[in-house]
Write a protein that binds this ligand. Structure first.
Ligand code: MG
Length: 254
């Protein structure tokens, strides 16, 4: 069931996602060679708590795994998503890092992600970042009332393919609200005109995960990697469907 949020709920969604946007802006400042992903996690968690929220991801449970241990996911190079911050993972010049963060306040969640080049980036990383970010933009452009989820999925997936990259198998965007993951699922590839119809008041997390190489993924515990060890990037915004253009709730957009 896809929940339509009322005005009061929308205000609360704006607040939780404003906090996520704040974390993402902070991460843009702190990602540099020599910083550990653990330090990034601490900075993010401190900020979330300072805003009266709690990290949505910390303690998140799925069957068969220990609860997720940290406030952010930090996914370096061939890690697609759900990388676990560690004191041992120290960023190096030329790395690519995806940072995903959730914040929970007043019973509503925010969710967003950005990918960053660490220091000076290769041409490959630059292109991957720009294609992934534009794939998200193209998905958001289709997030209009009366359109369908498949229109978003198609816009993302076809743009990624045209650019010679692949979206990661089995990993999708999602509705979001009182729960971190609500209906509908939002695949990163699909068919125009298919799927549930978009209505004003829906809040959706769109999140293309784009691989330079194969679409296939390998899971190691929480962490998803590309099966061929190629690089992968991830951008995510939570948006509100309105009567016109969608409202992006997870600003600023680095
Ligand atoms: Mg998400």
């Amino acid at each position: 069931m896809i929940f339509i949020k009322n005005n009061k709920e929308i205000e609360l969604m704006r607040e939780s996602n404003r906090i996520v946007g704040g974390v993402l802006a902070l991460m843009a400042q702190y990602v540099k060679p020599g910083v550990s992903t653990w330090e990034l996690n601490q900075i993010a968690e401190d900020y979330i708590v300072s805003q009266g929220a709690v990290p949505s991801f910390k303690g998140y449970r799925i069957p068969g795994l220990e609860p997720f241990p940290t406030a952010i996911c930090s996914s370096v190079n061939d890690c697609i998503v759900h990388g676990i911050p560690s004191r041992q993972v120290i960023l190096k010049e030329g790395d690519l890092i995806g940072i995903d963060v959730g914040a929970f306040k007043n019973h509503y969640h925010g969710d967003g992600a950005r990918s960053f080049a660490v220091g000076k980036s290769s041409r490959e990383v630059e292109i991957l970042l720009s294609v992934t970010r534009e794939a998200l933009d193209r998905g958001m452009k289709m997030a209009l009332p009366g359109n369908r989820i498949g229109d978003i999925s198609w816009a993302i997936g076809s743009f990624v393919k045209e650019n010679g990259f692949n979206v990661a198998d089995d990993l999708t965007g999602h509705g979001i609200g009182r729960e971190m993951h609500e209906d509908p699922m939002i695949p990163n590839f699909g068919i125009e005109g298919k799927g549930p119809r978009l209505k004003a008041g829906m809040t959706l997390a769109l999140e293309p995960m784009v691989n330079c190489g194969t679409n296939r993924v390998i899971e190691r515990g929480w962490e998803f990697f590309t099966a061929d060890a190629s690089l992968s990037a991830h951008f995510e915004n939570t948006i509100l469907i309105t009567d016109g253009e969608p409202e992006i709730l997870t600003l600023p957009y680095n």
